[in-house]
Design a protein around this ligand. Structure first.
Ligand SMILES: Cc1cc2nc3c(=O)[nH]c(=O)nc-3n(C[C@H](O)[C@H](O)[C@H](O)COP(=O)(O)O)c2cc1C
Length: 212
């Protein structure tokens, strides 16, 4: 009887985990050179709250951030120290929060509802413009993957997160989207919402949308 109940609970749990498969990354034909993207790169804090990103754009954006660019070697668009690939990207949208799975090119929902507010603030400081961005990408480093002293592991995780953020910045510059690298966020509340393990640190976030 106990076994049967466990099976029913497991089946229910499997059912409630929803994964949205994204369109294949399109490897944009924006035609923009890297030099031009670098010239356009800037922090934008004015988003058009009425314009959402399409799923193709989201797929392209996530691939640029931390997608697989060499499937044969299982390697990523962003380098990581010792190839630990310890960075995860969560998408906070108006309707839910989901985790990008680069290998499956999909988003797995981890929470229902609009939790962007948690990315807009930290104690005593709030950046309301974040709520105008249709999505906020939260970059989490699992520093427990480094078998190194804590300060070294934290440093590597922070550096790797910064590189992912810059990939997002350059993608947005090339695609005419607005974004800004941000450290401000309620890391404690986000960690508890996402059910992060002690070694998993939300390091940076990038709100992304159309420029107002
Ligand atoms: C690690 C890091 C953390 C940042 N945190 C924030 C932030 O919390 N909020 C914000 O509005 N901008 C933040 N910024 C953006 C900087 O303010 C911005 O890059 C700087 O003013 C230079 O402007 P530019 O990006 O347009 O060149 C951050 C940038 C970096 C690199």
């Amino acid at each position: 009887m106990k076994k049967l109940l466990t099976l029913i609970v497991l089946a229910f749990m499997a059912n409630s985990i929803t994964a949205e498969v994204l369109p294949q990354p399109r490897h944009s034909d924006s035609g923009m050179s890297l030099d031009e993207a670098l010239r356009l790169r800037r922090s934008d804090r004015e988003f058009d709250s009425a314009r959402d990103l399409g799923s193709q754009q989201l797929s392209d954006l996530l691939w640029a951030a931390v997608g697989i660019n060499r499937p044969d070697e299982d390697k990523l668009t962003s380098p990581t120290a010792l190839n630990k690939q310890e960075i995860s990207v969560y998408v906070f949208s108006k309707s839910d929060v989901s985790l990008y799975d680069a290998r499956k090119n999909s988003l797995t929902k981890v929470a229902d509802g609009d939790h962007r507010r948690l990315t807009a603030r930290r104690a005593g400081f709030e950046q309301d413009f974040v709520m105008d961005a249709p999505v906020v990408l939260v970059i989490v480093a699992d520093v427990a993957k480094f078998e190194a002293p804590a300060d070294m592991a934290t440093l590597m995780g922070a550096v790797d997160a910064g590189i992912v953020s810059q990939n997002i910045n350059l993608f947005c510059a090339a695609e005419g989207l607005a974004t800004v690298t941000r450290a401000t966020m309620d890391t404690q509340a986000i960690s508890s919402l996402l059910g992060l393990a002690p070694g998993q640190m939300p390091v940076l976030n990038n709100p992304v949308g159309y420029r107002r």
